[in-house]
Design a protein around this ligand. Sequence first.
Ligand SMILES: *Cc1c(COP(=O)(O)O)cnc(C)c1O
Length: 472
Amino acid sequence: MTALLKQLPAIDRLLNAPPLLAMSDQIPRTLLLEAAQETVAALRQELLQLSATAATPDLSLEAVAGRAALLAAEKMRPSLRKVINATGTLLHTNLGRAPLAQCALDAIAEVSRGYSNLEFDLESGERGHRFAHVEELLCRLTGAEAAVVVNNNAGAVLLALTALAKGREAIVSRGEMVEIGGAFRIPEVMAAGGVLLKEVGTTNKTHLRDYGNAIGNETGLLMKIHTSNYRIVGFTSAVSGTELVALGQEHGLPVLEDLGSGMLFDLSPFGLPQEPTVAEAVAAGIDVITFSGDKLLGGPQAGLIVGKQAAIGKIRQHPMARALRIDKLSLAALEATLRLYLDRERAIAEIPVLQMLAAPAEAIKQRCQRLARKLRPVLGALVSLEIVAEPAAVGGGALPLTQLPGHALALTPRNISVDTLASRLRQGTPPVVGRIQEGRLLLNPRTIFAAEEPQLVAALRVALGNAGGLNR
Ligand SMILES: *Cc1c(COP(=O)(O)O)cnc(C)c1O
């Protein structure tokens, strides 16, 4: 035992061994040192606990330095990383929602590498406003009089509520008490904004008279919320935006609508159910409409607020607007994405979420076949591969009942469990996230970029081949 312990390389020698030495221009010395020390300490423990029959670990300088190099690389690896989304859920909130269009990425790089006119009016040479970069575009695309953008839609709703109705009541239908992602719940957002919630109607039916009867001296606004992540079906009735606007005008009350995802054009040509568009809400006369930048719009995280000049002005001037303001990187990406919408065909061709929505089922099946042709020769002995009918979902709290027809690759590993395969893929480089169903791992090409296919094939080879360096 003492002899074995003595064989452990000294830290200095380890740091000067080729694999660690070669890393020294990329990985800070403190991390290399830490990795070397931890590797030697771990080996010492292994030796001390070694049973008489077990094989001794390889204590050669080369082997120990190799192990330390892997540990050092792991310490340096970014925590927030690119992932291959093979779940078939387009707007996966846990996987970062909408991937950005190339022009949005270019705009981020261009604007953030150096300085920009973020809040500077180049014409007058005076202070400008960050909203100005997207206001005209948003008004053009939606028909609204005015617009402002903030950090996300949750922030937009909170800000609009506070700016328009703090200390007063907001009247909301019981059928529209939305919860999104556990943290955004209408009653709680109201409370946080200092607005008193007045519920009217029932879960399935709310009539105009319910709103009318609830209006009193304390009423500050009427609110409509798009039930973006659930549907109430059967005997239902809800009040339209137009009717609510007429009622509001009768009583001098603004109407606020949280559209959730929000979409700039009609998606029914893609075979999708009709979602209310932002322009429709504007045309109905709604004073303030809020929606997300990174749901169906396919842009960066942002809260978009459009509507009438008077109400938007109050929102813009509210002190909380500064606390919720959008950052310049998101703003650059948002402007570039919105500009694509000026030409509908271009938007569909260049915005990844719209491409994924528009992809026909047949094209998805062909991609499955192409992937299977690449995988079978190299992995056929390790995994059984089938192509199965499997719909994709929109996700992100949008179009909850919609299934996008298509196919997926179904993998059944022969030598390891399906959970082990899924876990190795998640921990690979890049990580691949699929979906386990009935003992098989489903990989849905609808959310996999064509350019990612070689990486996916490589990741599967490593995960199934049990290659070194992956299993920790
Ligand atoms: C998604 C959603 C929100 C929250 O939007 P974020 O951009 O995620 O903050 C609020 N309301 C509704 C109805 C939504 O669908």
